[in-house]
Every structure is written in C-alpha cells, then in structure tokens.
Design a binder for this molecule. Structure first.
Ligand code: NAP
Length: 259
C-alpha cells in the first residue's frame, strides 16, 4: 500500500534502537526524510546511515537526552517544520509503589508525559497552520491495564493519555491527527532488561523468564519493532486521517479486554 507520505518530513525521538527505530525505519521506507534522536551518538549515527542507505532518504541524527530542555531545543532546531512527529523516550525503572519519592516521579513525568507534550506544543501549531500533520506517541499497554511493578510508567503515561484525549480533538479540525500506540511486550533491549528483572526476582534463567512472559500472551511470542513501525507508519499515512485521539494496543492479545 502506498502510504502517500513520500517526501514528508518526520521527527522520531528515542529512535536509535527498539520501537522508535522500528517507527523511523517504516517512515523511511514510506519515503519520509527524518530527524532522529537518542542519547548515544554512535548507535544513533549508525542507525541514521543504515536508514539512508536502505531507503534513499535523508536522515539527520541529533544526539542527547530528549527529556532535557537544551536537547529538545537542538532537536527542534534541526527538525524545523516537520509534518510527522513520533514521540518516544526510555521507560522508567520498575519498583514498588512506596519505593518512589518526588524526584523519581518528576523524572518519570518529565520523560513520559512532559517531554511529549512539549514536543507537540512546539510542532503541532506549524502542522495546523499548514493544514496537515500526524502525531503518534509511543506509550504502553500499562495505560489500559496497569503493570503493578511499573507504577512510574502507569502514572506518567496515563497523564499523557488524558492530555492527548483533549488536544487531539482540538487540532483535528486543522487536519492534524494525534494518536497513541500502546506496546505490549516487544523484542527490544527494554524487554530483555525486564526479562532480566523477572529472572533475578524469581531465581530463574533469562530464557525461562522470557518463556514465562511469552506464555501470558495469546500470540505466544513478543511483538517485533517492524510490526510496531508498520502500524505507526499507517497512522502517519494519508489513509488514517479519520483516526483521532485513539489508543491502539499492540500486545498480541495480552490485555484481556472486550473493548
Ligand atoms: P529500547 O529498546 O531500550 O530503546 C530505547 C531507545 O530510546 C534507544 O534508541 C535509546 O537510545 C533511546 N532513548 C532512551 N532514553 C532516551 C532519552 N532520554 N533521550 C533520547 N533517547 C532515549 O526501548 P523500547 O523497547 O524500544 O521502548 C520504547 C518505549 O516503549 C519505552 O518508553 C518503553 O518503556 C515503552 N514500552 C516498551 C515495551 C517493550 O516491550 N519493548 C512495552 C511497553 C512499553 P539511548 O539509550 O542511546 O538514548
């Protein structure tokens, strides 16, 4: 399917690996020029060059922590007037509800709520003025069904979801769609780190921890960054203009919900 976005310009944050890279790759395959970001310069530039070579588009990498104002400023300067924004950042660490202090909450809110909001506030007005835009926020399955050990993530991402529910309907009249993609477990470094946490807590091997977690998913496997990226690119396509303010779960059926 031609996604109709060849020549569009996209910004994808936290995109040297994992789900962010999956989204960047699918947008590059659809013909978008990209600005991508991650903290580690080497992996970021390697990803930028790999996407350029594979898809013949222009990819600029801007390294730094997207949760800081100075890096956001540099990323936004490099991005300029983008048509497509995909927001992403690392997830907060696991723990127990009474482990976390105010600073932990502020860090989680900065990364997974206030950073995507700041990026949307910076870029959506330009999209609205030009009459076309797409925003996809990478959130989590935890927004639909909380994961007790990821309380910081549950809290921050639910706040972002509430913000998007309102603003998506305010910018839709100007041709800008804003939606959230909710990953269940996907085969990325983050999933391997969480497998490691389960292995340590239960005194089992990482392989057994992964097997246990896969058994909780009706699809009996983890999702892939490629599948995730394909859905992201579809939401950014010309075909998705009537999808507004939705929270789309990609979890292999793991969240046991009727709707
Ligand atoms: P990942 O494989 O660990 O990749 C994270 C990417 O983000 C890397 O490119 C990393 O590069 C970059 N990054 C992390 N923190 C950053 C920051 N502060 N500023 C700029 N770049 C940053 O993670 P993932 O699995 O793709 O997860 C992406 C998001 O989805 C996370 O928020 C995660 O919590 C959420 N999620 C993932 C899953 C899953 O199963 N994978 C499930 C639910 C939710 P650098 O380290 O070099 O910065």
């Amino acid at each position: 399917m031609d996604l109709g976005i060849r020549g569009r310009k996209a910004l994808v944050t936290a995109a040297s690996k994992g789900l962010g890279r999956g989204c960047a790759e699918a947008l590059a395959a659809a013909g978008c020029d990209l600005v991508i970001n991650a903290r580690g310069e080497e992996a970021l530039q390697a990803t930028a060059r790999a996407l350029e070579t594979a898809h013949g588009v222009t990819v600029i990498g801007v390294a730094g922590d997207i949760t800081t104002e100075t890096v956001r400023k540099r990323v936004l300067e490099a991005a300029g007037a983008v048509d497509i924004l995909v927001t992403n950042a690392g997830g907060p660490p696991p723990g127990t509800w009474n482990d976390w202090n105010r600073d932990d909450f502020i860090r989680a809110l900065d990364a997974n709520m206030l950073t995507p909001i700041a990026l949307m506030q910076a870029l959506v007005p330009g999209m609205a003025a030009r009459g076309w835009g797409r925003v996809v926020n990478i959130t989590s399955q935890a927004v639909r069904a909380p994961i007790p050990a990821l309380g910081l993530s549950n809290t921050a991402r639910t706040g972002l979801t509430g913000f998007v529910a309102g603003m998506a309907r305010q910018v839709a009249p100007q041709g800008v769609t804003v939606n959230n993609l909710l990953p269940g477990i996907h085969a990325t470094d983050r999933a391997i780190a969480l497998d490691g946490g389960v292995a340590r807590t239960e005194g089992i091997s990482i392989e057994n921890a992964a097997r246990q977690r896969m058994a909780t998913i009706p699809a009996r496997r983890y999702g892939t960054p490629e599948e995730f990226g394909a859905m992201c690119a579809f939401l950014c396509s010309v075909h998705a203009g009537f999808i507004v303010g939705q929270n789309i779960l990609l979890d292999g059926g793991a969240t046991n919900l009727t709707m």
